[in-house]
Design a protein around this ligand. Structure first.
Ligand code: MG
Length: 211
């Protein structure tokens, strides 16, 4: 979350922007593909067939995303151990649906986005996921702001936009990079195709807020 310093926002009582992380602030999908390509190519260099190396890499990525946080410190050494364990063991199917907050915090650290945000809320740390309004309540409480002072920006209609509306967020902005159609029952206030187009939303705020 970061403070919204635009004149247009201030004029409409908007103080805060809430950002989704994956595929909004950082290009997680592309990063996953790039990482998989690297790992698969390494496995191929070890003598594995292309098909097998890709199957293993995809399975690892899936397990990585599903795995719960370890019960030991997640410093660099801890993260290395965690990854080794994921590789070593065939994980049981009854893993929690919620992904691990370790991977999310690692992304936050590696991208350095923390210094631009007043607060960071990882859903797994609070055992609640978007579109549940409770997660937005956590964010607003940490920031000491009301939902009606906030803009929510995210790439997923069913979580970011629906969640923002559930929580009473004043303005929802959908980052639609894949030319999708928003369902009739969950229409964002604004749609942008590139996160860098966000300032154009500020300029168009009066269109929505002043009818
Ligand atoms: Mg996302």
């Amino acid at each position: 979350m970061s403070e919204c310093g635009s004149r247009e926002c201030a004029a409409h009582g908007i103080t805060t922007i809430l950002f989704d992380l994956d595929n909004t602030l950082i290009t997680t999908r592309e990063a996953d593909v790039a990482a998989c390509e690297k790992v698969a190519s390494w496995l191929e260099n070890q003598g594995m067939t292309t098909e097998k190396s890709w199957a293993i890499t995809k399975k690892y990525l899936q397990k990585f995303l599903e795995a719960p946080a370890p019960d030991y410190p997640t410093d660099q050494e801890g993260l290395d151990t965690w990854r080794r364990n994921l590789w070593k063991f065939a994980l049981p199917a009854n893993y929690q649906h919620l992904g691990t907050s370790v991977a999310q915090w690692e992304k936050v650290r590696e991208t350095g986005c923390q210094k631009y945000c007043s607060s960071i809320v990882i859903s797994q740390d609070h055992n609640v996921e978007k579109p549940d309004k409770a997660l937005f309540d956590v964010a607003c409480t940490q920031l000491q702001v009301k939902p009606r002072e906030c803009i929510m920006v995210g790439d997923k209609i069913e979580t970011d936009i629906k969640g923002g509306k559930n929580a009473g967020i004043k303005i929802t902005v959908w980052l639609n990079t894949r030319d999708k159609i928003a369902p009739n029952n969950t229409q964002p206030d604004f749609t942008i195709q590139n996160i860098l187009d966000l300032p154009t939303v500020f300029r168009r705020l009066p269109l929505v807020l002043e009818g």
